[in-house]
Ligand binder design. Structure first.
Ligand code: ATP
Ligand code: NMN
Length: 182
């Protein structure tokens, strides 16, 4: 049986790490706007940066997301972009989000843990289709950055520009090195 999805939500929560924001996220955002009036983009793992899986700071990710939304022609007044540090307490993560964020009435994610936690707190969950996941994936984009392959076409131009301004590729390379010096 299909789960009931309301036709329209006031505010949809979209959590992610956005390391970095890529065109897959842009497609998910376009898709979500068919279901909701406003979107809260929660920048998860906000405390993490300078790591091979999480190279960019929450502030850098916030600027990337805002600039990309502007560049892609979205109406910024429909968006909240909020950094959210992780907590070591999954069972209260949704209440933690409720205490930090504007009220939301649905959650959009493909992450099984996020889906589970949202459903347990009785939120409607919107699961987007995969948009060209073979290419639009943070992990694959970071891998290309590390191996010197072309990565720029997978992210909006403003995101590529910001990554270059902050010497993000060198940071990623440095983050991947061990301290086992010869
Ligand atoms: N190409 C895509 N199509 C549909 N959903 C996507 C796509 N890429 C990411 N998502 C979804 O967007 C949300 C936020 O994703 P996230 O910021 O972790 O990006 P990611 O590409 O999955 O990154 P990583 O590979 O670093 O885990 C998750 O629910 C994820 O499943
Ligand atoms: N206990 C917690 O703090 C908790 C639980 C579930 C998801 N999250 C965060 O939400 C974000 C989910 O994003 P992804 O779907 O991109 O993994 C991540 O930053 C993840 O760490 C945190």
């Amino acid at each position: 049986m299909f789960e009931e999805i309301k036709e329209r939500y006031n505010r949809i929560l979209f959590p992610g790490r956005f390391q970095p924001l890529h065109y897959g996220h842009i497609e998910v955002i376009k898709w979500m706007l068919n279901f909701g009036d406003e979107i809260i983009i929660a920048i998860g793992s906000a405390q993490k940066s300078h790591m091979v899986d999480n190279p960019f700071t929450a502030g850098e990710r916030m600027v990337m997301i805002r600039e990309a939304l502007k560049e892609e022609g979205f109406d910024l007044s429909k968006f909240y972009i909020v950094p959210v540090p992780d907590i070591e307490y999954n069972s209260i993560w949704i209440s933690y989000l409720e205490s930090l964020l504007p009220p939301f009435d649905a959650v959009c994610s493909r992450n099984p843990l996020v889906i589970r936690l949202a459903k347990e707190e009785r939120y409607d969950v919107l699961v987007p289709p995969f948009f060209l996941r073979s290419e639009y994936s943070g992990k694959k984009i970071r891998k290309k950055m590390l191996s010197g392959e072309k990565w720029e076409s997978y992210v909006p131009p403003s995101v590529a520009r910001i990554i270059k301004q902050i010497s993000g590729i060198q940071r990623l390379i440095d983050s991947s090195l061990s301290d086992e010096l010869e």
